[in-house]
Design a binder for this molecule. Structure first.
Ligand code: 1YM
Length: 639
């Protein structure tokens, strides 16, 4: 017998410790990764157990607190864990839950566990990977407690004071020996809790954040479930084209499926999120496949039935019926099979049939009962099909003319000598005169210049057929050589850096945002892979005799004025790139030794998407709101 912390270990406890030690040795096998993602997984595992209790019908409220000391606590008001001794393990059940690794499926008791994650094995994994874990269980009129450090009991299971409360409380301190970071992020936890609240209608999840200067508390509870989720996903700047979110559900055996969908007036690709047992299936799978096939079939049949689609017409294809669609698919099933590298693709083919049947029957029924909605949807999909066809023709024409390929380079391009993409740069320069200066100021070995005349097309307000063949965009597409949209091929990119060079004024900003909108919508990968940059021309030149300083901010200007001892009026402000001579432009903005480039990055594609549609789209109201909300960030506009 070994004694440690006043706890005696018998054979069975030693086995337990070996089990938890295995988790500590190979944490990746249990939680995927020890990165920030894995860290947050700990919270999900515990919360999933509370959600199971809620789904079983015994728990209404779940509260997650990010504590000041870096720990996280989860409290639910369910039944609490059975308070006695576990029949086969011969240990308190509360202890068993946190120490025995189960192969899957909740032990003792029938029914199947719905919440995702590790299917009931989560609590012991969390315990193994925590520096400390405390649990307080309220059940049968008493409070029971136990605590652990790195999986080992440090205060044994004991019965405490009387209480009429019920439910389980777990607080844990993630182990810095295991995780790359042990700092919980409220944003990550918030998104997860909100998502779980949508997926489990009526369950109330509260997030309390004690880590900041001020304590914050947010509650997520949606009686509307995934219908509310669809409303939440709709992007700013889009309007639904039918009032109600369509909701379809059904079950077969122990499997259940529910689908919510709504179309909006955007031309965006679909926004479909799918879940299996409350786990986000990022790569889709059988439930999504069933939905897509059935949706296309049902809408084609309905379109024919109401006479919008004629016999000779080509059919609506999948992309047409999913334009502007926001949808959530949630299935719950026993023995979910997850495939692919990331284990985020559902493989159970019976679910495909279930979802297909539900959509076929229930959506057809819905459309028949709501013919106005039905017609609106069919008309939108038909318009999408028309544009797709027009875009195809425009693309063919553009292709025939060589407009999308670099085989015919634009006349205005001053190309560089090197063909090595790694070292080459293309400057898109606002205006012909600045273009001229840039041409003379460049290093022609690796720097190419394409002057832009006037504004480029706002692609946010144009459908795809107008983008192909647009005279303001063709030279850019040709110079880059990599094609756009479906034809995009990064292998053919001719320059490693694409540098947007425009004046530091309102017009310059407009050109920058038009170019960025085009790149974001049609060559997004260039942004994602970090090829797009903004040049930073100086705002001021401060000089005295032969001494010259370029200032990029007002503060810098004032400092130079003082340094050189000049009169403020002598510090001239540039009105534009065109006013700089080639040498000045090279020195301040183009020479890699001296310039400052801003790389365009994208943290959150979805947020960018929303901002582009609000700022550049055709609706005035959302733009006004955005500008009003953000005006305070725009200081010192030069208008
Ligand atoms: C803060 C985390 O784990 N709550 C929780 C867990 C259980 C129960 C209730 C529960 C389940 C069952 C019966 C059952 C668990 N119980 C067990 C086991 N919150 C949290 N709330 N009674 C209570 O599934 O039959 C495992 S988890 F095994 F003891 F029943």
């Amino acid at each position: 017998m070994e004694k440690e912390n006043n706890v005696a270990y018998g054979d069975s406890q030693i086995q337990v410790l070996e089990g938890l030690e295995a988790v500590r040795v190979r944490p990746g096998m249990y939680i995927g990764t020890t990165s920030e993602k894995g860290l947050h997984h700990l919270i999900y595992e515990i919360v999933d157990n509370s959600i199971d209790e809620a789904l079983a019908g015994y728990c209404d409220n779940i509260t997650v607190t990010l504590e000041k000391d870096g720990s996280c606590s989860v409290r639910d008001d369910g039944r609490g864990v059975p308070s006695g001794i576990h029949p086969t393990q011969n240990l308190p059940t509360l202890e068993v839950i946190f120490t025995i690794l189960h192969a899957g499926g909740k032990f003792g008791g029938g029914g199947y566990q719905i919440a995702g994650g590790l299917h009931g094995v989560g609590a012991s994994v969390v315990n193994a990977l925590s520096k400390r874990l405390e649990a307080v269980n309220c059940r049968d009129g008493y409070e029971y407690s136990i605590s652990f450090e790195r999986g080992k009991i440090v205060s044994e299971f004991k019965k405490g004071k009387e209480t009429d409360k019920h439910g389980l409380y777990v607080r844990f301190w993630p182990d810095p020996e295991i995780f790359e970071t042990v700092e919980f992020k409220a944003d990550i936890v918030r998104n997860r809790l909100r998502e779980q609240a949508f997926l489990n209608a009526g369950v109330s999840l509260t997030l309390i954040d004690e880590t900041g200067e001020e304590r914050t508390e947010e509650n997520f509870c949606y009686e509307g479930g995934i219908k509310s989720f669809v409303e939440f996903r709709r992007k700013k700047g889009t309007e639904p084209i039918h009032n109600d979110v369509i909701y379809l559900s059904g079950s077969k055996g122990t499997s259940v499926a529910e689908i919510a969908l709504q179309y909006n007036d955007s031309y965006d690709d679909e926004d479909i999120l799918s879940f299996a047992n409350n786990m986000h299936t990022i790569e889709g799978g059988m439930h999504e496949t069933g939905f897509r096939t059935a949706l296309t079939r049902v809408l084609n049949d309905y379109g024919k039935k109401i006479g919008v689609l004629k016999d000779g017409d080509s059919k609506l294809d999948g992309k047409d019926v999913r334009e502007g669609l926001v949808s959530i698919i949630s299935v719950k099933l026993e023995n979910a099979q997850f495939e692919s590298q990331t284990k985020a693709k559902l493989g159970n083919s019976s679910i495909r049939t279930l979802v297909d049947n539900i959509v076929t029957e229930k959506l057809t029924e819905y459309l028949e009962e709501n013919p106005k909605v039905g017609r609106t949807i069919i008309e939108k999909a038909t318009e999408a099909a028309r544009v797709r066809e027009a875009a195809r023709k425009a693309r063919e024409t553009a292709r025939r003319k060589g407009a999308l390929e670099s085989t015919s380079l634009p006349g205005k391009l001053w190309d560089c000598q090197t063909k090595n993409v790694e070292e080459s740069e293309l400057f898109l320069v606002e205006g012909n005169s600045a273009g001229g200066s840039a041409k003379d100021g460049r290093n022609s070995y690796f720097q190419a210049i394409l002057p832009l005349r006037g504004k480029v097309l706002n692609v946010e307000k144009s459908r795809l057929d107008k983008v192909y063949g647009n005279p303001s965009l063709i030279p850019i597409i040709q110079a880059l050589g990599c094609g756009i949209g479906e034809d995009f091929n990064k292998e053919k990119l001719r320059y490693g850096k694409l540098i947007l060079m425009a004046d530091a004024d309102v017009d310059g900003s407009h050109i920058r945002i038009l170019l960025l909108t085009f790149l974001f919508r049609h060559m997004r990968q260039l942004i994602e892979d970090g090829h797009v940059y903004l040049a930073q021309p100086p705002l001021y030149k401060v000089f005295k005799g032969k001494q010259v300083r370029y200032a990029f901010t007002d503060e810098e200007r004032d400092a130079y004025i003082e340094e050189l001892g000049v009169n403020g009026v002598e510090a001239s402000r540039y009105k534009g790139l065109g006013e700089m001579n080639p040498e000045q432009l090279r020195e301040t903005t183009m020479d890699p030794e001296k310039r400052v480039l801003l790389r365009v990055t994208m943290e959150d594609a979805r947020e960018c998407d929303e901002i582009f549609s609000v700022l550049m789209g055709d609706k005035v109201e959302p733009r006004r709101e955005f500008i009003e909300a953000n005006a305070r960030y725009a200081v010192d506009l030069d208008v």
